[in-house]
Design a binder for this molecule. Structure first.
Ligand SMILES: O=C([C@H](O)CO)[C@H](O)[C@H](O)COP(=O)(O)O
Length: 217
């Protein structure tokens, strides 16, 4: 299980510092939508140059003009870009085509998707990576509940990331659903001891994986 560190509502310097502080514990680095809006593709380029060993996710949240946005972000060095699930199939198809050319990937953000129909549709056009996403504003009046995972039940062929206010306290509940990637933002980036929290989360994941690999032997 990967940890994807989401960099949101931070300055460039804060982004760089928090990745340096958590470098050993995190696997994927996400440049958040707001950070991309503030600093653009130059910062995507800069982050790839600084942290070449990390899978760099640019949270573009594309909803139209997929061909252009995918080219833009992969050219800047992103390994993964995001597109909203409600985008037209053509947008997603165009992005998948560009991703193939750059040997990169497209993650479909399932924010707002509440039935399996759209999941089946995006799979049929070639999507293999999705993120189950309980949005920042939704977090003001609720949290990522177990039932939220039900739309992905039995989806063996999809690689699944999950995001939405995940903390040290909620991580055990999230891990139970065996996502491939756990996306964590504020619970690390807004803490005083960022490295320590990241280390604690990584250790929880290691223990969980150890327990399940032992119990299946
Ligand atoms: O995608 C995100 C959100 O829409 C803000 O742009 C976040 O990166 C994602 O939710 C993870 O952040 P936290 O919820 O703070 O863990």
């Amino acid at each position: 299980m990967n940890i994807q560190l989401a960099l949101d509502r931070l300055t460039k310097e804060e982004c760089i510092d928090v990745v340096n502080e958590t470098r050993e514990q995190i696997d994927w680095v996400e440049i958040g939508t707001g950070v991309i809006k503030e600093y653009g593709m130059d910062f995507v380029r800069d982050m790839k140059a600084r942290f070449p060993e990390k899978t760099l996710v640019a949270d573009m949240k594309t909803c139209d003009a997929g061909n252009h946005e995918a080219k833009q972000v992969f050219e800047a060095g992103a390994d993964v870009t995001t597109v909203m699930a409600f985008a037209a199939d053509q947008t997603i198809i165009d992005m998948l085509k560009v991703a193939k050319k750059y040997e990169s990937r497209v993650m479909v953000d399932l924010l707002g998707v509440s039935d399996t129909k759209r999941i089946t549709e995006i799979q049929s056009i070639g999507v293999d990576l999705v993120s189950l996403h309980f949005g920042k504003d939704m977090q003001k009046s609720g949290e990522l509940e177990d039932e939220y995972f039900s739309i992905l039940k039995g989806q063996e062929d999809l690689e699944i990331a999950v995001a939405g206010g995940i903390t040290v306290d909620s991580l055990p509940r999230v891990m139970k659903h065996n996502p491939d990637t756990v996306i964590v933002g504020s619970a690390i980036t807004k803490q005083e001891h960022k490295g320590k929290v990241a280390e604690q989360m990584k250790e929880m994941i290691r223990n969980y994986e150890r327990y399940y690999s032992n119990s299946s032997e």
